[in-house]
Design a protein around this ligand. Structure first.
Ligand code: NDP
Length: 265
């Protein structure tokens, strides 16, 4: 029997155990996936200690530990290193390997949004970083709009604007919300007039928040954009993490079906 877990704070709401346990069962793998709450002040070495103390073979790491997840690993995947955060840890021959599956999971979720030439990401946290690198790698030109200046340093490869400096002087095909607007606070991720303008020149809107009709999604629908919330990104990051955990690289269809069932999709 192998043990896996999702580690974060808060963690009670996480549906990752449902996704992974359904997939383990569907593939006949004798493993159990649980959730663990870690103190928000935990360091990389504390996370590493917890991983070994729990006897884990792998883990998903969520808010606010994705940066220290990368730091605590012995081996870091190139993409995770570039992004600066990891959401998947895998034990292999006694060493922890770190991966970021949020970025490719997002690209799989927006597969229907074809040939994106340019995108504007609203918000500049860890998720924004993963998505910016994924979009750039796909050939899109990426700009970032955040309410504050503070995180500009993490986006040196991209055009970064604070809300104060931003002017909607060009159009973007894809607008992505990576703030918790509609989750931890009500309303839109930026000024409504500005978002109205941005949506008028856009084709697609993506919200990382899922499971609710956010104001961002409602406004994008009213503007007749093709819209997507974060549910499929959640699904695909889990499918890719599961492939790392189980080593099953040719069973994507089966894994997806089991996880979709868990999400009632
Ligand atoms: P972070 O805390 O790292 O970043 C949050 C960003 O939102 C920051 O840029 C912050 O601005 C901005 N922000 C926060 N509050 C407001 C506000 N009131 N108005 C405007 N901007 C605000 O979070 P993460 O990047 O880790 O996660 C962001 C979201 O993505 C979460 O809701 C998370 O649940 C979701 N997520 C979804 C996934 C999925 O699979 N669907 C996967 C991963 C994450 P500032 O820099 O000024 O503080």
């Amino acid at each position: 029997m192998n043990y896996y877990a999702v580690i974060g704070n808060p963690i009670a709401h996480s549906i990752s155990p449902r996704l992974h346990n359904n997939a383990f069962e569907a593939l006949g793998i004798n493993s159990v996936y649980s959730r663990y709450l870690l103190d928000t002040s935990a360091s990389a070495s504390k996370l590493r200690q917890k991983f070994f103390a729990l006897g884990l073979s792998g883990a998903n790491i969520t808010v606010p530990f994705k940066e220290i997840a990368l730091e605590c690993a012995d081996e870091q995947d190139e993409l995770a290193k570039k992004i600066g955060s990891a959401n998947t840890l895998v034990l292999n021959a006694g060493k922890i390997h770190a991966f970021n599956t949020d970025a490719p999971g997002f690209m799989m979720a927006i597969a229907e949004f074809e040939n994106i030439k340019n995108a504007l990401i609203i918000g500049a946290g860890g998720t924004a970083r993963a998505l910016a690198h994924a979009l750039k790698a796909s050939g899109a030109e990426v700009s970032v709009l955040n309410r504050s200046e503070g995180r500009a340093g993490a986006f040196s490869e991209f055009a970064y604007f604070s809300a104060q400096d931003f002017k909607a002087s060009k159009s973007y095909e894809l607008i992505v919300n990576t703030t918790p607007a509609g989750l931890t606070f009500a309303g839109l991720p930026c000024d409504k007039k500005l978002l109205d303008e941005l949506f008028s020149g856009a084709k697609y809107a993506f919200d990382v928040v899922y499971g609710r009709d956010t104001e961002f999604i409602k406004l994008a629908k009213a503007k007749n954009l093709m819209v997507k919330d974060g549910l499929e990104m959640l699904l695909y990051q889990a499918v890719l993490a599961f492939e790392h955990f189980s080593g099953k690289k040719n069973e994507r269809e089966k894994i997806q079906i089991a996880m979709r069932k868990a999400l009632s999709l």
